[in-house]
Unconditional design. Structure first.
Ligand SMILES: [Zn+2]
Length: 158
């Protein structure tokens, strides 16, 4: 497990709440993954991947100097020019929720419908009937989790 700056984290030292929040920094809450909507993808440049290198999707790969930085700089230019074909970066910067994910793109027209449909009540009902580990902790903090990790994107509907 990694902390909010992608440094290794000692999970033995964390409360259940801290553990849940540490997980949500890098992994979507079950039932709330934008990838599962079919609207969001993670992208990388296969031609820039060294032979045998396993993609990790970490900031070092996509930030300045990283192997995939040129792809993302080009994508930034396309998006800024209004030539992004409806895609945007929901996790373009640190909003104290999901960590910045430069590799993550979302197709706005379809994702907007999913964003509006995934209410906190639907999410609570889904989680309540699941056998999710740490479920009680998640449900105890669901309003904050929903605000911080589910709707807290570049489009921020709240
Ligand atoms: Zn992603």
């Amino acid at each position: 497990m990694l902390d909010s700056r992608a440094a290794p984290l000692d999970i033995e030292q964390l409360t259940e709440r801290e553990l849940v929040y540490a997980i949500l920094r890098w992994s979507a809450l079950p039932g709330a993954s934008r990838h599962h909507w079919g609207t969001d993808i993670d992208v990388y440049d296969e031609n820039a991947r060294p032979s045998g290198y396993e993609i990790e999707l970490t900031p070092e790969e996509v930030d300045a100097g990283g192997m995939f930085a040129p792809l993302h700089e080009w994508l930034d230019q396309r998006l800024a020019a209004g030539a992004g074909h409806g895609f945007f970066r929901p996790y373009d910067q640190d909003r104290q929720g999901v960590a910045p994910e430069r590799w993550h793109l979302s197709h706005t027209p379809v994702a907007a419908t999913c964003e509006e449909g995934l209410t906190i009540d639907i999410l609570r009902a889904s989680l309540s009937s699941s056998d999710l580990k740490l479920k009680g902790t998640v449900l105890d903090h669901l309003e904050d989790i929903y605000r911080r990790f589910v709707i807290n994107t570049n489009r921020n509907l709240s």
